[in-house]
Design a protein around this ligand. Sequence first.
Ligand SMILES: [Zn+2]
Length: 372
Amino acid sequence: MKHPQFIGHDIYRHSTYGRWHPLRVPRVSTVMDLVRALGWLEDSQFIRSPRAKPEALTHWHTPRYIAALQRIEKAQAATPADFENHDIGSVTNPVFPEIFRRPATAAGGSILAGEVLKDGGTVYSPAGGTHHGMPDRANGFCYLNDPVLAMLSLRHHGVRRIAFVDIDAHHPDGVEVGFAGDPDCLMMSIHEERLWPRTGPLENDGGGNAFNLPVPRGFNDTEMAFVREAFLVPRLQSFQPDAIVFLCGADGLEEDPLSHMQLSNNAHWDVLRAIRGLAPRLLVLGGGGYNPWSVGRMWAGIWGILNDHALPAGLLPTPAEAVLRALRFEGNRRGRNPPEHWFTTLQDKPRPGILRDEVAQRVDQLNKRPVI
Ligand SMILES: [Zn+2]
C-alpha cells in the first residue's frame, strides 16, 4: 500500500486569529517541524495543500458567503451585515489577515484528500477538522467546514459508505448539519457535555445516523478505552465503511484551556490504533486544541502511528526538543512555567480513572440502537 500522505502548508506558521484568540498559537507548523525533526516525514509523503477555488467551496457553502469571505479578506474589515448574516467580526470569529486564504487552504487539503484516497490509503491533514462551519456562516472559530467538503469529495470519487469519528471535546454540529439522515454515513461523536455549542445530546440521532456520546467533565483514559472498545470499534465493524474520517481534536487533553476533560495523548493514539484498520481509506484531521505543546505532541504522535514508527518512550532527540522549547503561550497561565516534560517528551503518562456509571449507561443506550 502507498505510504501515508501528509497534507500541510506554511500559511499556518505565522497566521493568527489575533492576540487574545485561542487560535493565536501555532499548531500545524509545530507538527510539521516536530515530525521532520524526528525524521518521520519523507519528501515523497508531503503534499503542499492547494487552496480551494471559491467554486469548489460552494459545493456546500453558499456563494454569497464565500464571496463575503473574499471581500472581507481584501478589505480587512467586516460590515454590520457580515456580522448579522455570517457571524463574522464577532469575538469568536474575528477578521484576521488570512480570513479567506487560510480556511480555503485547509478546505483545499481536505478536498484533495478525497481524491488521493480514491483507491485507498491514508492521508493526514492536521489543518483540517473545522467541524463547526455552517453553509452560510462562521461558527466556533470555523469559517468553512472542511470535513464536510472532504466527505463530499470522497463521494464524488466514488466512495460511498463513510464513517465520521470525532473525539474533539466539542460536538461537530456543522458536520451533523451536512450529513444528517444520510444512510451511507455513520457519524459518531464523543464530546464534553454542556460545553459549547451544547448540541449533540444522547437522544439526538441526527435523522438516524448520528451517534452522540456526551461525556462528563474529567473524562479519563479508562473511560475512553471503554468507549473505544464497547462502542466505537463494534459500531464501525458492523457499518463496514469504505472510508473513515477521523477528527482528532486535541482539546480533550487535560492541559487544554478550553475543555474539562482529563485525557492523556495515549487515549487519542489508542483510538487511532484501534480504528485505522477498519476501512480501506483513512483520513485523519486535526480539529481543536489550544495548548501549543499538547497539540503539537499529540498530533505528531498521530503521524508516527500512521507510519508505524515506534514513538519515543523517553527523552526526545535535541532537534525535536528545540521545536517544543521555541513555543510560546502568552496570555495563559499554562504558558508561564511549562513543565519540563512538555519540552522533552512526546508521550504523556497515562491518566486512568474510574469508569463512571453514567458513561457506561450512555454507551449502553447507544448500543441499543439498530445497526445502520
Ligand atoms: Zn473542539
